[in-house]
Design a binder for this molecule. Structure first.
Ligand code: NAG
Ligand code: NAG
Ligand code: NAG
Ligand code: NAG
Ligand code: NAG
Ligand code: NAG
Ligand code: NAG
Ligand code: NAG
Length: 646
């Protein structure tokens, strides 16, 4: 029985990976592919937790009955997700997960439930302190929800912004395009990056100090070359329709808008052609070039790099000698050349390209006509690609997400206060300590590991940091009282939104400039993604994950070990992935190790997929090792016969 579950369980949490996880490209690429496969085939992620509890309940061999409300609630969840008329010894998976449809996964559900908890908090009058940063968060949320006011504002606030940018010669007042100024404002004040993206990132190589990284733009209005020619034409048509709608909503003359929208599409596809083919991008994912701003200015002279980057990254102080990390220098060269040519030939059209792109970027903060246009475009593209229909997410969820993004310290503190009190945190720390001990025991029993490697591994484990629930500052409420002095709310929602956007960008920059003290979380505390950060050697378990049905101090131990515990074990095992790679452990008995890996691959290959093909575990070998290893460790803690481990 235990044999059959691990095939289908687990992987939902193996999706969790930090962008920082510096694993070799080949592997990470394969994971990404493998994960997609897994997400598609794996129903809900709770099989392990359920299995443990079911065994308790049905074999009646558990230590105690649990009839507290939290246990009864858990039982109700299990009953609702499984099919108790299936014989568990014949098809354990259906017994536990029959009703999960493959579309819903329990991480998704948990994430939505956590957001709805934030929603309840934000909707509760008086749950915040007057005059504090909290008040601003609530006000922002309320103005996001006030769709009547947003409708009443209409297109006015947007037109004002366009005028600040020098106007648009298709509607309203305008001046001739001042290219460098407009571009600088677009990127630093309005969060729109038409030709390239720039962000602060930990340097790709140790010691991972923050550095400005220049990437290709996000082709948000996505053009996918690999689409079949027929769909490609249809995609372009839909995008054209969308841009036309934006232009006419802005009051442009229909015929002129049509001409400019068409040029937008052709210009975007020319930029798109400068990108390396997708496979090459992935293969070279880990490659980068370091250049100074001065050097980049010579290679891509169309852009005023220093003044643009200075505006985006204030209060950093930049000079031409500042180094940057660039992923695709050829793209920037070619882009610059094209922009220079088009500025000579089609200056007005470049202006339209920038303005229409901005309107698209800002559409979430605009009135319903713009939002609806965008929603319809996404829907149509989705249909063309024959994906299942997009679930419409309610307004409150969008507003909770925006508020969470802009006011994260405040919402983190509220969430922790509500859902991750000190007793829950210490129970989670205890669970983690036990899991860590079990990992150490297991490591010592590995037959293939050399003594030296073992000692290094144990040493690595001792040095590992853990962050549980929320970043340290959110756990100290007085530290979390961010004031957001630079945020100006009103008069329109669009202006509030932009002010929040700028404040967030400023905070990010200042945060990066501070001397490095703690790990910088890449997940919200109410998120559900656990991860291991290679650069900081820290494992992170957000409070949003350590919630029912994954974790509760009142659950039987087996449930906590089975669900949250095996996720913890999985993340701990990430530290040792390097050892499993070819050549990763020269001193080890590689023969025994290879046998074990092969065994794992065969184990996975033996599982039938719904479409009668078999699962190719070689794509996700490391993650599978993490899943099975995590499971084995969790089982070890629940006193059952442990599964064989790698
Ligand atoms: C079966 O389904 C998996 C996962 O959806 C997919 O990767 C695979 O290509 C499918 N195989 C066949 C033969 O359709
Ligand atoms: C539960 O399993 C039984 C027996 O296999 C089957 O007849 C029934 O349709 C299943 N129920 C659901 C909801 O899938
Ligand atoms: C499974 O799918 C059916 C129909 O597609 C739907 O009615 C049902 O609610 C889904 N169940 C779950 C648990 O998502
Ligand atoms: C997060 O979601 C879980 C999932 O059910 C829920 O039980 C828990 O109460 C939520 N957390 C908060 C703070 O609402
Ligand atoms: C154009 O500018 C004039 C004077 O600055 C102003 O009164 C008018 O409202 C502007 N028109 C539009 C459409 O913004
Ligand atoms: C981009 O630039 C490189 C050299 O800088 C050149 O070899 C290549 O052909 C250009 N690509 C396109 C699509 O023009
Ligand atoms: C923008 O600034 C750069 C750097 O100063 C300059 O080379 C370029 O010509 C400027 N572009 C325009 C259109 O003025
Ligand atoms: C699984 O994929 C790998 C790499 O793509 C391939 O070499 C191997 O033959 C595949 N195995 C099976 C059983 O299809």
């Amino acid at each position: 029985m235990e044999q059959s579950q691990d095939s289908r369980m687990g992987p939902p949490w193996s999706q969790e990976g930090s962008p920082e996880e510096g694993l070799p490209t080949e592997w990470s690429r394969q994971w990404t592919r493998g994960r997609r496969v897994l997400i598609a085939i794996l129903l809900g992620g709770l099989v392990l937790g359920s299995s443990v509890l079911w065994v308790y309940i049905f074999r009646n061999c558990g230590p105690r009955h649990c009839e507290t409300p939290v246990c009864l609630d858990l039982l109700a969840r299990y009953l609702a997700s499984g099919n108790s008329s299936v014989d568990p010894c014949t098809d354990f998976f259906r017994f536990v997960c029959e009703k999960g449809n493959g579309t819903s996964d329990s991480f998704q559900t948990l994430s939505e439930e956590n957001k709805s908890q934030l929603w309840r908090l934000l909707e509760t009058p008086g749950s915040w302190h007057l005059g504090s940063g909290e008040e601003k968060a609530f006000q922002f949320y309320n103005s996001c929800m006030d769709t009547d006011a947003i409708e009443a504002e209409g297109v006015g606030p947007l037109q004002q912004i366009i005028e600040e940018l020098g106007g648009w010669h298709i509607s309203g007042n305008w001046t001739s395009l001042d290219f460098n100024r407009t571009l600088r404002l677009l990127m630093s004040q309005y969060g729109h990056f038409p030709f390239f993206r720039a962000h602060l990132q930990p340097h790709p190589s140790p010691p991972h100090t923050p550095v400005i990284q220049i990437d290709q733009p996000e082709f948000d209005i996505l053009l996918q070359k690999e689409q079949e020619q027929k769909i490609y034409a249809q995609i372009l048509r839909e995008q054209l329709t969308y841009l036309n709608r934006l232009g006419t909503l802005l009051g442009g003359d229909a015929q002129k808008v049509q001409q400019h929208a068409a040029w937008f599409i052709s210009f975007t596809s020319r930029l798109f052609q400068f990108l390396r083919p997708l496979e090459q991008q992935q293969a070279q994912d880990k490659l980068f070039q370091v250049v100074t701003i001065g050097e980049l200015q010579e290679m891509a002279p169309a852009i005023d790099w220093l003044s643009c980057l200075q505006a985006i990254f204030t209060p950093m102080s930049l000079s031409p000698a500042q180094t940057l990390v660039v992923r695709d220098l050829d793209y920037l060269r070619n882009m610059s050349q094209l922009v220079e040519e088009e500025l000579l030939a089609n200056r007005d059209l470049i202006q339209s390209y920038m303005i229409l792109g901005l309107v698209d970027t800002l559409s979430p903060a605009l009135d319903s006509k713009f939002r609806e246009a965008r929603r319809e475009l996404r829907q149509k593209l989705w249909e063309l690609k024959e994906r299942p229909p997009l679930p419409a997410s309610p307004r409150w969820m969008k507003c909770v997400e925006e508020t969470g993004k802009f006011f994260e310290p405040t919402l983190a503190a509220l969430f922790v206060r509500e859902a991750f009190g000190p007793s829950i945190r210490s129970a989670a720390m205890e669970l983690f300590a036990e899991i860590k001990d079990a990992v150490i025991l297991r490591l010592k029993k590995l037959s293939w590991i050399s003594e030296k490697t073992l000692n290094e591994a144990l040493n690595k484990l001792t040095k590992l940091q853990v962050e549980m629930g929320a970043p340290k500052r959110a756990l100290k409420p007085d530290l979390a009282k961010e004031e957001y002095n630079d945020i100006q709310l009103g008069p329109s929602f669009l202006q509030s939104f932009l002010s929040c956007e700028r404040s967030l960008q400023g905070r990010k920059v200042r945060h990066f400039l501070q001397p490095f003290a703690h790990h910088r979380w890449t997940e919200s505390p109410w998120g559900v993604k656990a991860y291991y950060s290679v650069s900081d050697h820290v494992v992170v378990f957000p409070a949003g994950l350590l919630q029912p049905p994954f974790f509760h101090p009142g659950y039987p131990r087996a449930v906590n070990f089975g669900a949250a515990g095996s996720i913890m074990a999985h993340k701990l095992l990430h530290i040792f992935y390097q050892l499993l790679l070819p050549g990763g452990c020269p001193a080890c008995d590689t023969h025994v190790l290879q046998e074990a890996l092969l065994c794992l691959e065969h184990h996975y290959a033996a599982f039938p997929l719904p479409n009668m093909s078999s699962f190719n575990g070689s794509h996700t070998l490391l993650e599978n090792a993490g899943d099975v290893g995590g499971l084995a460790i969790a089982f070890q803690m629940t006193t059952w016969d442990p599964l064989p481990t790698l």
